[in-house]
Design a protein around this ligand. Structure first.
Ligand SMILES: NC(=O)c1ccc[n+]([C@@H]2O[C@H](COP(=O)([O-])OP(=O)(O)OC[C@H]3O[C@@H](n4cnc5c(N)ncnc54)[C@H](O)[C@@H]3O)[C@@H](O)[C@H]2O)c1
Length: 311
């Protein structure tokens, strides 16, 4: 285990310490020249879906691997990204770093609920995200925290502001998915998905947006899903949570717009991540039998095409 991973574990086991773990601090200039020249993949999982290689999306449908210098003017910005240990959250965090932002990568990096079908992210996953941020010469910090704990998020917001001087961008990405028919759900299958995804996203906004209001500027991006735009057979709690996030986004945009803070939502289709939405071989596969879809849609690689439009 690396020193950073050990540090994360130490922090997680000490309740008196704030669950803020600095994964290396300022590393400006380190390896930047080499990393900047190359495109970089953020995923380390096998690229196989249903026994076949995952197809690459066509160029007009994807931003492709992380690439520096997209011209999105992130130089000197401070971003907080939840759910950053892996998947889409990691791709966003590293893309931000590749384009000049310092990034606080926040994740529970452990089990979330019995109502999550995904294998838990690990402290090592979070350390890997920070390693990739550092590879672009940006300041990157790992914060192990649960978005359901608003008091913890408020303490982290204070800490980030004290340490960085400001918070420019917040991406509320952390979520879980549950595949189960509505009438077979245990209470936790409904309650925990709503609590984690919808309440946790609202907590993220309520904890970090006050820092932006004080400066009268900021950019907030929440993660919804195509499953929040239409119903999903056998995933009602997830769909409802992602639908709710759109209501949260639109309402927050009206309130925070007065302070020059924009609030937008990303609405991905299937993206090939450890999330069980895309993993047919996982404990709860895509419900093809009886589903309105005859076969699961083919996932795309994590990409960030829509991000510049939100910034
Ligand atoms: N993968 C897809 O096909 C897809 C499609 C549409 C929308 N999305 C959305 O994109 C976002 C990322 O999805 P992904 O596929 O990368 O998922 P993922 O499971 O790979 O990553 C989610 C991350 O969120 C973290 N997390 C979950 N609950 C948390 C909590 N309470 N506190 C802190 N961290 C927590 C997990 O530890 C994990 O690292 C989610 O909001 C998801 O709903 C994904």
């Amino acid at each position: 285990m690396s020193d950073e991973a050990a540090s994360l574990e130490d922090s997680a086991s000490d309740p008196l310490r704030r669950r803020l773990v600095f994964g290396g601090g300022l590393t400006a200039g380190v390896a930047l020249a080499g990393a900047a020249a190359a495109q970089q993949r953020t995923d380390v999982e096998p690229r196989v879906f249903d026994g076949h290689p995952v197809p690459e999306p066509p160029a007009d449908r994807s931003a492709g691997p992380v690439r520096p210098g997209r011209g999105s003017m992130l130089q000197g910005k401070t971003a907080v990204v939840t759910g950053a240990a892996r998947g889409i959250g990691r791709a966003i965090a590293v893309e931000f770093a590749a384009n000049g932002a310092d990034v606080v990568a926040l994740d529970i990096a452990g089990p979330v609920s019995t109502a999550s079908n995904a294998k838990p992210a690990t402290p090592e996953d979070l350390v890997e995200t920070v390693r990739q941020i550092h590879a672009y010469g940006r300041r990157g910090e790992a914060v192990q925290a649960d978005i359901r704990d608003i008091n913890a998020l408020r303490r982290i917001a204070d800490q980030v502001e004290a340490s960085h001087g400001k918070i420019d961008i917040v991406v509320a990405d952390a979520a879980i998915q549950r595949w189960k028919p509505l009438l077979e759900m245990e209470d936790a299958d409904w309650r925990d998905v709503i609590d984690n995804n919808l309440n946790g996203t609202a907590n993220t906004l309520r904890a970090f947006a006050p820092k932006m209001v004080a400066r009268r500027r900021g950019r907030i991006i929440v993660l919804s899903s195509m499953q929040g735009k239409h119903g999903t057979k056998n995933a009602a709690s997830y769909s409802a949570s992602k639908w709710g996030i759109l209501g949260l986004m639109k309402s927050a945009a009206m309130e925070l717009g007065e302070y020059d803070i924009t609030v937008n939502a990303l609405i991905p289709g299937l993206v090939d991540t450890p999330s069980p939405a895309t993993r047919r071989g996982s404990a709860t596969p895509w419900p093809s039998r009886g589903s309105s879809r005859r076969r699961p849609p083919r996932p795309s690689r994590p990409g960030t095409t829509a991000l510049p439009r939100c910034l």
